[in-house]
Design a protein around this ligand. Sequence first.
Ligand SMILES: [Zn+2]
Length: 87
Amino acid sequence: MTSNRSHTPEECSEFQQQLPEFFETGGNLLEHPHLKTCETCSSLVRDLEYIAAQAKLLLPIHDPSPAVWENIHNALAKEPRSGNKNS
Ligand SMILES: [Zn+2]
């Protein structure tokens, strides 16, 4: 009958997995329909944009590298690293 236009966790997960691609293309991320219906992901994107901007300031290179996203993921996770590696 009526289509419930609410987002599902699966949609959020799928959207968030696409985030790196959106950032790399530098395109229509803010025009993504999911952001217009999901405050959670909208807030997440703002945080990511801020972190990405900081990362660009720190990196002397212009080309985005996987390492950038690795740093972003680490920043988001904020998992305290316990234990030292003895090499
Ligand atoms: Zn969402």
